[in-house]
Design a protein around this ligand. Structure first.
Ligand code: SF4
Length: 231
């Protein structure tokens, strides 16, 4: 196995960044909305997550910690059913809203202004918030130089030979080591777009991939095909 080297990684990411021209989906959202949206996005598609957010807005209006802290989990569940795992997510959203409004002064931004390690710890203590959600918050809501790892990013990193195991922290460290702080958010978004559109879990479109020459997975697959004995 020959992992993509640091320079090749940066070249590939520049190609993906130019190709996808991704937008910052969180630009118009409050920190609390970004957190709700990220909880909704767990184990579902972007489309269903957005339908879940639309459902919440239709049912509750402005999505503030105060509004959702007093909502019943059943009402939240009905509003977000598109996003899947609605029972679990509705409890997490209601409990997070309660903690933010009662224990954190209703102001998530104050938490996000703390040093990154401290913010991460507070976020990780919230219901339904794991390392990915905490890092998405730090990157998208607080503009911190982290490289969140979602399912698409993890898959591409493994195929490029950057990591061998599906370990969150190992993958994040491998990506952050190779990415300057100023590019981490943009490359996180570009890698997600690449994973969704080209480097899909099943049947990746390697023939249309602009970075296939750097891809260990692609090279290994071609080698296996070449070496296969003719019948
Ligand atoms: S060559 Fe295929 S597996 Fe490799 S990054 Fe491109 S789409 Fe993904």
């Amino acid at each position: 196995m020959r992992p993509v080297d640091d320079q090749a990684f940066r070249d590939a990411m520049r190609v993906l960044e130019r190709r996808h021209r991704v937008t910052d989906w969180a630009a118009e959202m409050t920190s609390f909305e970004i957190l709700v949206s990220t909880i909704l996005s767990q184990s579902t598609t972007v489309r269903n997550e957005r339908l879940g957010m639309d459902g919440l807005r239709a049912a509750f209006g402005d999505l503030t910690p105060e509004t959702l802290a007093t909502a019943s989990p059943r009402a939240i569940e009905r509003a977000i059913w598109h996003a899947g795992l609605a029972r679990r997510k509705s409890r997490h959203i209601r409990d997070v809203a309660r903690i933010v409004s009662r224990d954190l002064g209703g102001d998530l931004d104050r938490v996000l202004r703390r040093p990154a390690g401290e913010s991460r710890e507070v976020l990780l203590a919230l219901p339904g918030v794991g390392p990915k959600t905490a890092d998405v918050m730090l990157a998208m809501a607080a503009n911190r130089p982290v490289f969140p790892v979602d399912t698409h990013v993890a898959r591409v990193a493994r195929r490029w030979g950057l990591v061998r195991r599906a370990d969150y922290e190992e993958t994040r460290e491998a990506l952050e080591k190779r990415t300057s702080p100023s590019r981490r958010k943009a490359w996180h978004l570009a890698m997600i777009a690449h994973g969704r559109e080209t480097c899909t879990a099943r049947n990746p479109r390697c023939g249309a991939c602009p970075v296939s020459t750097e891809c260990d997975w692609y090279r290994a697959r071609n080698r296996r095909r070449r070496d296969k004995p003719l019948r």
